[in-house]
Design a protein around this ligand. Structure first.
Ligand SMILES: [Zn+2]
Length: 55
């Protein structure tokens, strides 16, 4: 189950880089470079979430 968001990213053809427990990629919404947009499969209370610090 923890792999869900990565599978979704794969389906959309998003390439992402691992950064600890998170994965960073180009933002789908504002297209800002990797390092601003994160996918988190599972970390503490977060599960299968994404976050972009630019938008
Ligand atoms: Zn964004």
């Amino acid at each position: 189950m923890a792999e869900k968001i990565k599978n979704i990213a794969y389906k959309f053809g998003i390439s992402y880089m691992q950064e600890g427990k998170r994965f960073t990629s180009v933002c789908l919404f504002c297209a800002s470079e990797a390092g601003n947009f994160y996918l988190t499969p599972e970390h503490k209370k977060y599960k299968n979430v994404y976050n972009c610090i630019k938008c």
